[in-house]
Design a protein around this ligand. Structure first.
Ligand SMILES: NC(=O)c1ccc[n+]([C@@H]2O[C@H](COP(=O)([O-])OP(=O)(O)OC[C@H]3O[C@@H](n4cnc5c(N)ncnc54)[C@H](OP(=O)(O)O)[C@@H]3O)[C@@H](O)[C@H]2O)c1
Length: 290
């Protein structure tokens, strides 16, 4: 698992380890979870990828290393291009050369968000650098490695790993700290928890399916509604969740209105059954990890 110090990558490494996979947690600065064997590596180029594979000797690779903050991708486009677009290609080439399975994580934000429940057959049309570089990374994986799958994960909620917070954790932590959160009433997602994603990854790693898979949650909700449900679940003041509309957004990145995912391919071919949103919300970490 690359990016095993990350919010989602770290949690997935822990969950797959818990399922009995012999996980090597490849991480850079941030610490991976306790359990999987740690391997520190800066994946700056092809030699680093080869060294990681030589040391870990995996049967398959889950690729989660990323520059994930949309604003960072706008302000540091060279780094976003190197990590999100080119690194997946290097990994794909190395995995193809060794006959390894590669499952790369991607995002709902490869879509422009102009319609609900997009499927794998719908053409991506990213609005920002994050989505654009992630889309380039997807293509590099699928072209470069015959035994590869790309999973587009929706907005993550529930329990994450490390110092970053999932979408539900950021609401709990703000409200508990006496801060208000402003969330869009006109921005729709199908939020999903790491447990559901880990389950799909396990099935992909043990199977042979290739190509694109959408992994969304069981419901399409607005960011604002999600915030209200988090506040209620933790007995926190709902008036701390402040409604706003996307046209009020200030920041370098453009926001997609509706990137809800149709996950029927994963349901059909992997037996994917995402867990209820309210179950995942309960698992959110109420305090910030260091
Ligand atoms: N979180 C979400 O809501 C979400 C939603 C949809 C899709 N995804 C996808 O899920 C995947 C994982 O995301 P995440 O939330 O875990 O991201 P994250 O919290 O930002 O973690 C990314 C990790 O990648 C590592 N990394 C970056 N550049 C690296 C390099 N050159 N060499 C080695 N490691 C490097 C970072 O290391 P450092 O510790 O050194 O910074 C960091 O720990 C990504 O593909 C993302 O697009 C996430």
């Amino acid at each position: 698992m690359t990016g095993a110090g990350g919010l989602l990558g770290g949690r997935l490494a822990a969950l797959l380890h818990g399922q009995g996979f012999d996980v090597t947690a490849a991480h850079r600065h941030r610490a991976p979870p306790v359990g999987p064997a740690p391997l520190r590596v800066d994946l700056a180029g092809a030699p680093d990828v080869e060294r990681m594979l030589d040391e870990a000797r995996p049967d398959g690779v889950v690729h989660a290393a990323v520059i994930s903050r949309a604003a960072d991708c706008e302000t540091r486009p060279d780094e976003a291009e190197r990590v999100n677009a080119r690194l997946p290609g290097l990994l794909a080439e190395a995995c193809a050369g060794r006959g390894l399975r590669l499952v790369a994580l991607s995002t709902d934000l490869v879509f422009a968000g102009d319609r609900s429940f997009v499927s794998e057959a719908d053409p991506p049309d990213p609005l920002n650098e994050y989505g654009r570089t992630k889309r380039a990374g997807e293509q590099a994986v699928l072209l470069g490695c015959p035994r590869s799958a790309v999973v587009r994960v929706a907005l993550v909620l529930g329990r994450g790993h490390g110092s970053r917070a999932t979408s539900s954790e950021s609401v709990v932590q703000a409200l508990r700290g006496g801060r208000r959160v402003t969330l869009f009433t006109d921005e729709y997602r199908t939020p999903v928890d790491p447990e559901s994603v880990a389950d799909a990854l396990a099935r992909l790693l043990q199977g042979a399916a290739t190509g694109l898979f959408h992994l969304g949650g069981p419901e399409r909700v607005s960011r604002y509604e999600l915030g209200l449900r988090v506040a209620r679940a933790f007995g926190l003041p709902v008036d701390g969740v402040v409604p706003a509309v996307q046209s009020e957004h200030q920041g370098p990145d453009r926001r997609a209105p509706d990137v809800s995912l149709d996950s029927s391919r994963a349901r059909r071919e992997l037996g994917y059954e995402p867990r209820p949103i309210d179950t995942a919300i309960q698992e959110s970490r109420p305090t910030r990890s260091s």
